[in-house]
Ligand binder design. Structure first.
Ligand code: EPZ
Length: 420
């Protein structure tokens, strides 16, 4: 298993290009199952999770043509069966996103239950509730979600008890081909949901209210192909902004969108960063200063994203002062804290709250990652630790951060990938 070897101490300076958003690309790839016509997708990030989703479509008989510019053309007209096997689903929970499109377009789906993961039980009961409300018969048989509907799904009024991003996306895709109107209440407002809706509308779907907590869909008989470019990744953007902040540097991120990052940019400004933005770039300048500690509470968009929580615990670990981090979305998303404590951080976890008192420096130590964002936070910690840190289990990182070592090297970090 590869590891990343990072020598701390460099101040990051320079510019990098942000990749397409993993969490928009995944539902949009699943949406190609809603039509028999070719869908041409660009700005897809080159990530393991994307490869896994393309592989999942492949095992169902849906071929993807990868062009020389790394754009992808997918035509689900060649689909052979509607089964998402455990062997693939266990490596990526987002595989659940094929459930809605398969039932809506083919009347049946057999999708392995994703199972829990490091950050929580991650149930999919709300996905199933929504499809049942639309007339699907759903049973769990031998660890698989077996969903069936005779004819078309029927539009329905569906209210989610908690905000669920992929739950909203699954029902949105299913509603696009359902008969009649679907209203999704307490819908996720994440920009990635809006990006999916924009792609579905380019395919002929009739959707209103995306980006608000009430989405209204008028089902259509069929959807056609389209050309679509995936939005930039706001979490990758936030991660590199924090890399600049913790090292006291000046970083410029291109091909990104400041308008969907208000909660994160506000917290970086509060920590002392000078932020300037343009229509497709963001610049952070710490002017050599140590960040001030900030307190954050994660919550669904537009509030502070849970996917940026681990990165900000690193900022607080070396900040001036004490910061309180409250995690309200997942039940077990502080596993990186123990690794940071091994690097000298002063942190106390009480339930869903972590109190972190900043230190001038962290100390290098061999650490290992547990989930995608926790692993990125360990890389950030290594950038400001004295000595060389070896980060293990970086397959988590490769799932969500395209070419992380090259991008950090471009900003002046001393980082290399070493084979185990
Ligand atoms: C999406 O996961 C993202 N993944 C996650 O990003 C992100 O952390 C999360 O949304 C929250 O923003 C993708 O988009 C592929 P949820 P998702 O359903 O949809 C509960 C990353 O790092 N819930 O919004 O799986 C659930 O337990 C990943 O890129 C139910 O109870 O998250 C959680 O407490 C990590 N029943 C809360 O809702 C359900 O049926 C929010 O989960 C579904 C969810």
């Amino acid at each position: 298993m590869d590891k990343l070897l990072i020598k701390g101490g460099a101040t990051l300076n320079g510019g990098i290009r942000i990749s397409g958003a993993k969490n928009a690309a995944l539902p949009i790839l699943a949406a190609t199952l809603l039509t028999e016509q070719p869908v041409h997708l660009s700005n897809l990030p080159h990530l393991h999770d994307i490869t896994t989703m393309v592989e999942l479509l492949g095992v169902m008989g849906v071929e993807a043509v990868i062009n020389e510019d790394m754009s992808v053309e997918i035509n689900a007209g060649t689909i052979k069966d509607q089964k998402a096997p455990y062997s693939l689903v266990k490596t990526m929970r987002a595989s659940i996103l094929v459930l809605g499109p398969l039932v809506a377009h083919y009347g049946r789906a057999s999708v392995s239950l994703p199972g829990g993961c490091a950050i929580g039980s991650r149930p999919v009961d709300l996905h199933i509730m929504g499809l049942e409300a639309m007339g699907a018969e759903v049973q769990i048989v031998d660890g698989y979600i077996e969903a069936r509907v005779d004819g078309r799904l029927k539009g329905a009024e569906i209210e989610f008890g908690v905000v669920t991003v992929t739950g909203t996306e699954n029902i949105l895709m299913a509603a696009a081909l359902a008969e009649g109107q679907t209203i999704i209440r307490n819908a996720a407002k994440e920009p990635e949901v809006v990006d999916l809706a924009n792609c579905l509308k380019a395919m002929g779907a009739k959707i209103e209210g995306e980006g608000t907590d009430t989405i209204v869909v008028e089902g259509v008989e069929s959807l056609h192909g389209c050309e679509y470019s995936v939005m930039p990744d706001r979490i990758e953007t936030g991660t590199y902004l924090v890399a600049g902040a913790v090292t006291g540097g000046k970083v410029t991120l291109k091909n990104t969108d400041a308008s969907i990052m208000k909660s994160v940019l506000d917290k970086l400004s509060e920590s002392g960063a000078k932020i300037t933005t343009g229509d497709n770039w963001i610049e952070l300048d710490m002017e050599g200063k140590r960040p001030k500690a900030v307190s954050i509470t994660t919550a669904p968009y537009p509030d502070f994203p849970t996917d940026m929580q681990a990165q900000f615990t690193v900022l607080n670990s070396i900040a001036d002062g004490t910061g309180v981090v409250e995690e309200t979305v997942f039940e077990n998303r502080f596993m990186h804290i123990q690794e940071l404590v091994r690097m000298g951080a002063i942190a106390q976890v009480n339930g869903n709250e972590a109190v972190i008192t900043g230190q001038e420096k962290l100390k290098a130590a061999p650490v290992m990652a547990t989930d995608l964002r926790a692993s990125a936070s360990l890389v950030l910690a290594a950038l400001v630790a004295e000595g060389e840190t070896l980060v293990d289990r970086i397959y988590h990182i490769d799932r969500g951060y395209e070419c992380i070592e090259e991008k950090l090297q471009n900003l002046g970090a001393t980082i290399k990938r070493v084979a185990a």
